[in-house]
Ligand binder design. Sequence first.
Ligand code: SF4
Length: 485
Amino acid sequence: MDVSLFELFSVGIGPSSSHTNGPMTAACDFVDRLREQGGLERTARLEVTLYGSLAATGRGHGTFGAVLLGLEGNRPEIVLPDHVDKRLAELDEGSPLILGGDGPQLDYGIKDMILQPRIQLPRHPNGMTIKAFDANDELIYELTSFSIGGGFVVHEGDEDASGGKSDAAGDPATAENSGGASPEASPQGRDVPYPFFNGDQLLARCQESGLDVAGVMMANEAKGRSEEEVREGVLHLWQVMEECKNNSLKRSGCLPGGLKTRRRAPEWHKRLSISDPEFDIWSWVEWVNLVALAVNEENASGGRIVTAPTNGAAGVIPAVIFYANHYTDRARQGGRAARPDIVVDFLLAAGAVGVVIKQQASISGAEVGCQGEVGSAASMAAAGLAQVMGGSPDQVSKAAEIAMEHHLGMTCDPIGGLVQVPCIERNAIAAVTAVNAARMALMDPEGYMVSLDQVIATMKSTGADMSSKYKETAEGGLAVNVPYC
Ligand code: SF4
């Protein structure tokens, strides 16, 4: 296995895992490597070039500010949203950039960045190069990095995808501000009891072991740490998801970015809390919609968020967890006390499917369109819910397949390059689809025409065929048909 659940789900800031968190991590990695080589103090000038989608939609996705903060030594899993706002305002007002947070003060800002939206580096559409020069304008160090989706970053010249979103994330069970796990604490690149790279292998590991999908994932994640630590790490992620939703419900007004997108979740919450205080089954769609909207509105505000598997798609899984915690037999029978167990099973099964998608295709909107972001989130959520509803491994896999199948071809066309329209509403629609997919899979225990691996392969090839206009460049679809000033 190449990916751990704690890499797939990690804590960062909004609005984008690939365009905010990834570039911040890449810039921070650059500074760390520059420091290791003894070049930090000698640096007199920086040159940052953003390519492809990072340049095309970087303004709306917060990429440029994220790079500056990364160059000051901040990492998305630990930086606080308040610090982001404060420091970006200071830099905007002319404060010098403090390289590494304690190094030389440089006159460098967003206006100095070189944007190359028409140039895509061969490895991935989200490429960036940072160079440091000394006082004689001699190159000290340069690093080309790729933000490959979900906050994952790879650096050119490294043997393989770092996979780690960050070299500095703490252990999942202990990190105060992070749900991310360090590469050492994850099963990445090392033996796990039940390795799987695709859906068929996942089902085979279940059959061999007699475990369900969540059980296989738990056994793998518990390699090198206890099951209790895994459980604590998973529950920490859920806690951040809950805080994200709750923070969003306290806000009011429009979202930042100039699109004047109205926050809907706080008002909906007030009305629903009055009309349906007992979470009646007839209102489940409204509640699921509400949770998805709340999480994605908080993401669009630059708030603290769990990538699930990306920021733009971060509302789907919390919304379907809400359904699992309120409307399933386990929730009805176990009440509030059952919720932690439900969430752990849910996120383990969802994570197993996310691992397969990440290994077989992509979770990057810039690479395969929104089918890879919201489509993947729906697929993972459907798997998690099917697991909680008592589905067999085949049914969990089928739920994931159904949800992905009906997101195939979905483009990425955010208006103004902001992660707001269609992204926020799309999460709600996908969450409801995921519930439906799980329920369909549970109705039909046997036989289906399309396998999980086949639908993932289809998503990948469809993404490869998709015009770049529909892959996080804001050059097609709603982004050009809806006027934005
Ligand atoms: S349209 Fe989908 S992939 Fe594109 S930014 Fe929005 S959520 Fe992400």
